[in-house]
Design a protein around this ligand. Structure first.
Ligand code: FAD
Ligand code: NAP
Length: 547
């Protein structure tokens, strides 16, 4: 039989879409269960986020000792990080090290994009269609497609007329890009821009930063990892990982468990000062109510404003860099290396788009409503169609022909962020409705992968072949996700968490903000109760085919 025909006839136990950290670990777990799994990946290598986001300055904002897999002690002892917050090249090397260690590549088909998936009730099978292979069939599909994997290019008039080079931070070329002697425009001031601007400014002739909305950024205080620090972690890794899994964010961090309003003005300032010196996202742990109480949050905002004013020498530029339209932390807080200092360089100009928006891109550069800028290169640091964009690009048809696009028309509806009713045997890793992007994502990935693997093992031992989310359980979960979000300040920001960065996208708070530890307990309790809220059935044909 020709290879394509043989592949079409074969029914895998599982197809996994995506070979980032989620897909890689999922494959490893399924092999351990003796299940046949095939991974389909659009890129030419593993690593997902760290394969695509190769822009200068890209690095993690969760410490590397924690932003790494904890499922294998051998792995975590063997790998050595060079910096507290490692850069993209090193994280990509780590992803490849994981692939080598567990011999993952032999079950991954690279350079292949999944375009559609449809469920057949009679055979209890998904048929997965791609852009370059014969359709692949499997009893289960696991979407490890990532929350931040669909780059977003804004619709700016004339975008395609530009004669210079254009880049998106999320689809950066694999070869080194040299900006020496170039005039570069960066559109956007989110995390990707804030990381890349200082690095590009050190090389380019001139950088224009086109800012529509300023963001809060905290210095990372990145540094080489000291041997003793690494040794402390490695001696105590098992306990520390276990502790991190119980926390809100999946990160061991020093939470100051009191209200910002409980301290005097002087004590508060001293405490914020300490946190600023410590650096990184830990700043948001300065007090326990920064995400809950606007008055408390305002104190942190005032402190960071003061810091920006003290770093940026030109008071007019400093004022433009002050975020004022959202509480601190309600958009993903940025972590930087010398971002605000970069605006003291003579070769960096901040262009405030608030009053003078971009009107068009021209062959030679970019026009705002006030002025034309000649550019050699434009960098779109304009973010992602987060959490739902990648899944909705795939044409997914579930039970009775129902589509994921219809079922999510008013925003993503899931049970636990793991499944969507009407899409049997289709799991999502870190789907909307789970802590995902509000957490150390490797911790959340591991939790989902383990839960899915254990669920599949349970189904096999209990002779169940089809699992679906119960509609009523899903509705209750969606209501809970919303309810918890609205007890916080988060919905006050026009963030990508809310879908607000994509014109026409329904505005609902997508991740679950109840916390990683609480969420894990809920998932475990549901599994222990025989997968409460899921409906499991036994499809004879499917079981026979699998046996
Ligand atoms: P991804 O890494 O996004 O992998 C998904 C894979 O699926 C991709 O390789 C993609 O090509 C593939 N795919 C998608 N659709 C298809 C399709 N239709 N067909 C075939 N293949 C497909 N999180 C943190 O916790 N800490 C951090 O410090 C941090 N830093 C980040 C920095 C950047 C620049 C970005 C963009 C994100 C960052 N994140 C961070 C979030 C990061 O996405 C996760 O930590 C993690 O890497 C996600 O892994 P994943 O496997 O779930 O998804
Ligand atoms: P982002 O946070 O969504 O930022 C996009 C930026 O582009 C915003 O400043 C936005 O302005 C601007 N923008 C979009 N369209 C525009 C337009 N038409 N004109 C002018 N400006 C426009 O995207 P991101 O920086 O890529 O980050 C996304 C997420 O990835 C982060 O929040 C984080 O979770 C993750 N990430 C993490 C790190 C890290 O530190 N480890 C680094 C990079 C990314 P508005 O705000 O006005 O819309």
């Amino acid at each position: 039989m020709p290879q394509d025909a043989a592949e079409s006839a074969r029914i895998h136990d599982v197809v996994i879409v995506g070979a980032g950290f989620g897909g890689m670990y999922m494959l490893h777990r399924l092999r351990g269960l003796g299940l046949s799994a095939k991974v389909i990946e659009a890129g030419s290598g593993v690593g997902g986020t760290w394969y695509w986001n190769r822009y200068p300055g890209a690095r993690c904002d969760v410490e590397s000792m924690q932003y790494s897999f904890g499922f294998s002690d051998e792995l975590q002892q063997a790998w050595r990080w060079s910096e507290l917050f490692s850069g993209q090249p090193e994280i990509l090397r780590y992803a490849n090290f994981v692939a080598d260690t567990f011999d993952l590549r032999r079950d991954i088909t690279f350079n292949t994009r999944v375009q559609a998936a449809s469920w057949d009730e009679a055979t209890a099978c998904w048929t997965v269609s791609t852009d370059s292979t014969a359709p692949v069939r499997a009893h289960h599909v696991i979407m490890a497609t990532g929350c931040l994997s669909s780059s977003r290019m804004p619709d700016i008039a004339g975008r395609d007329t530009f004669k210079g080079r254009t880049f998106h931070t999320g689809q950066w070329p694999h070869q080194e890009i040299d900006f020496t002697d170039q005039v570069v425009g960066v559109i956007g001031t989110g995390s990707s821009a804030i990381q890349s601007i200082p690095v590009i400014a050190a090389q380019a002739k001139h950088v224009y930063v086109f800012q529509r909305t300023p963001n809060f950024s905290i210095p990372s205080r990145n540094a080489p990892i000291q041997a003793e620090y690494e040794a402390q972690w490695k001696r105590d890794y098992t306990r520390r990982r276990a502790e991190a899994r119980k926390t809100r964010s999946g990160v061991l961090s020093p939470l100051n468990d009191k209200s910002a309003l409980a301290d005097s003005e002087a004590d508060r300032r001293a405490h914020y000062e300490q946190r600023w010196k410590l650096g990184g996202t830990y700043f948001m742990q300065s007090y326990n109510d920064l995400a809950l109480n606007k008055a408390s949050n305002d104190t942190a905002v005032a402190f960071v404003h003061e810091k920006i004013r003290s770093i940026v020498q030109d008071p007019a530029i400093a004022e433009k860099l002050l975020p004022t339209n959202h509480p601190i932390g309600t958009k993903r807080i940025c972590v930087d290396t010398h971002y605000y200092e970069t605006f003291n360089r003579p070769n960096v100009t901040l262009v405030d788009l608030h009053d003078t928006p971009i009107s068009q891109i021209t062959p030679d550069g970019l026009d705002t409503s006030a002025q034309s800028y000649g550019l050699d290169a434009i960098i779109f640091a304009t973010g992602f169609d987060a959490m739902t964009g990648t899944l909705l690009k795939i044409d997914i048809h579930g039970r009775n022909g129902a589509t994921l696009r219809d079922s999510w028309a008013a925003g993503p509806h899931t049970y636990l962020g793991l499944m969507t009713a009407g899409m049997p045997n289709m799991f999502m890793i870190t789907g909307p409705g789970s802590p995902s992007v509000l957490s150390n994502m490797i911790v959340s990935i591991e939790q989902h992968v383990d839960w899915i693997a254990e669920c599949l093992a349970w189904m096999r031992s209990n002779r169940k072949s089809v699992i679906d989310a119960d509609q009523a359980a899903q509705d209750a979960w969606v209501a809970h996700v919303n309810d918890v979000a609205h007890r916080t300040l988060y919905p006050q920001a026009n963030s990508w968490y809310m879908g607000a960065n994509i014109p026409g996208k329904p505005q609902v708070f997508m991740p679950y903000i109840g916390g990683v530890g609480v969420y894990r307990e809920k998932c475990e309790a549901i599994a222990a109760a025989g997968y409460e809220g899921f409906v499991m059935t036994h499809a004879t044909a499917a079981v026979q085919a699998a046996e």
